[in-house]
Design a protein around this ligand. Structure first.
Ligand code: ADP
Length: 477
């Protein structure tokens, strides 16, 4: 209740006593017996100025009353004494009230200081708690990071050791034994070659992953046309798919909106997924596509391969995770491709996941946010010209029965910047040339004579140049 209301309520009994005095007669009325204790009680409750006004009103009431009613004042000295008593009592009450209110103010000030101190303390305490929570969270993360790093390092060393030890043992056998026949030594060289390729892929992937982890990948963000990304991905992986007898389809709406991202990183993700699809599919087809899904473009790579166990759909995105290749006789990889892809996609603000049915194939998806405004940037337009320039070079088809010779030739040509296709026999080469028209054919002399001549005739009629070579790998010993 505020002070004014209180004053009004407390002064009510006093005011109501006044008419009583009128009827009981003059200043000697019983009113004075009520007034003195009443004003003392009120002095504890009412504000000093209210008390002063009330006391003054009571003091002046009788003289004014007798003026109006023209009644004689009975006994002047007694009357004056009574009035002074009223007035002095009022002043005393005012004084008491004032000191009480001062004390109260002081007390209230102390309480409010105490409250604000306690609030400040609570606030500090809350801050401390938040800092403590953040610290313990950071500590947990550090511990987890430390554990992950240890696991990662032991995985890397294990993965490096496997191909290295096989390279070492096969090369030692070749060096130490003279009586190894030609076929066996060729087989050993092939293994060494394959293992060293695996090693170099692994080292590159580990370096990529570490760069991403350390935040050292400089993303060159621009507005990118998803349809062109698919075109590029298809161009890179098509030779591998054809070589394995798989068809590669691209599904994309030409008007698909542009995305915002790093073009090369996007291509790396698409190529990773396509490579896996080729690697883990023995027959059927691979489909690569993109479609609009809300504020994102959703890319997908579907295959008709072996599929993935339901309980492994999440784990395959972890570093070094490979589905048990012993059980499924799957080709060996580093188990890093998907975790690198996941990081790249998440870095762009997208998501990556897989849907799969064991034995019937897998469908990998990833999303990338649309570019603001969806306008092609100048950068993208310049790239477009690059693509055209590349497109006028058709791939070189290398035909060699011996895998070591074929690989060596393709590697050299690719180092020079050419795209290559590979086939082990002229018969297989004829199949490939039907779907991908090569620009040049390099042919190691073969004993598949029928197909050999048919291929040469076809090449001549299609105006494709052919080079016949005879390559041998010598053991210098
Ligand atoms: P890598 O292919 O080098 O082993 P990844 O991280 O790319 O490593 O893939 C992890 C694992 O996920 C692979 O070892 C394979 O078992 C599984 N996997 C990936 N893609 C496919 C796919 N298209 N079909 C079946 N299994 C797949």
């Amino acid at each position: 209740m505020d002070r004014r209301k209180k004053a009004f309520l407390y002064s009510l009994p006093m005011v109501s006593l006044l008419p009583l005095c009128l009827f009981t007669g003059g200043p000697e009325s019983p009113f004075r017996f009520v007034f003195f204790p009443l004003i003392l009680v009120l002095s504890r409750q009412l504000a000093p100025n209210v008390l002063f006004v009330a006391g003054l009103a009571a003091t002046l009431f009788f003289p004014i009353l007798s003026l109006f009613t023209r009644q004689p004042i009975p006994d002047m000295p007694v009357f004056l004494a009574e009035i002074s008593a009223y007035f002095l009592t009022s002043l005393a009450a005012v004084h008491v009230s004032r000191s009480i209110s001062r004390e109260r103010d002081r007390y209230e000030n102390a309480i409010s200081t105490f409250h604000s101190l306690s609030d400040a303390l609570n606030y500090k305490n809350m801050n401390l708690q938040t800092t403590l929570d953040a610290l313990s969270e950071a500590h947990k993360k550090l511990q987890e990071y430390d554990k992950n790093k240890t696991t990662f390092l032991s995985n890397v060393s294990h993965e490096l050791r496997t191909p290295l030890s096989s390279i070492r043992s096969y090369s030692e056998i070749l060096l130490n034994y003279d009586d190894i026949d030609n076929d066996t030594s060729k087989e050993f060289i092939q293994i060494i070659n394959m293992e060293s390729e695996r090693l170099s892929t692994l080292v590159n992937e580990v370096l990529d992953l570490m760069k991403i982890e350390a935040g050292k990948v400089e993303l060159n963000m621009s507005t990118v046309n998803p349809a062109r990304l698919l075109e590029e991905g298809e161009k890179i992986v098509k030779p591998m798919a054809i070589e394995k007898g798989l068809s590669l389809e691209v599904e994309v709406d030409r008007d698909i909106p542009y995305i915002h991202g790093d073009r090369n990183q996007m291509i790396q993700v698409i190529v990773n997924l396509l490579n896996n699809a080729v690697k883990f599919t023995s027959e059927g087809s691979i489909t690569l596509g993109a479609r609009l899904q809300g504020d994102f473009v959703e890319f997908y790579v579907a295959d008709t391969g072996e599929g993935i166990f339901p309980e492994e759909k999440e784990a395959i995105f972890d570093e070094f995770y490979r589905i048990s290749d012993v059980v499924l006789h799957r080709p060996k990889g580093s188990g890093l491709g998907l975790s690198i892809s996941k990081r790249i996609v998440e870095f762009h603000g997208g998501k990556i996941w897989v849907e799969s049915e064991l034995g019937r194939g897998s469908r990998f998806f990833f999303t990338i946010p649309l570019a603001p405004g969806n306008e092609p940037s100048r950068k993208e337009e310049t790239r477009t010209t690059d693509i055209h320039v590349n497109a006028i070079y058709r791939p070189i088809l290398v035909i060699a029965n011996d895998i070591t010779i074929r690989r060596a030739l393709r590697k050299k040509l690719e180092e020079l910047g050419y795209q290559t296709l590979g086939a082990d026999t002229p018969g297989r080469a004829l199949q490939i040339t039907r779907s991908m028209k090569p620009g040049l054919i390099v042919l190691d002399v073969s004993d598949d004579w029928d197909n050999f001549f048919e291929l040469l005739r076809w090449a001549k009629s299609s105006q494709i140049r052919s080079i016949l070579v005879s390559l041998h790998i010598y053991n210098s010993k």
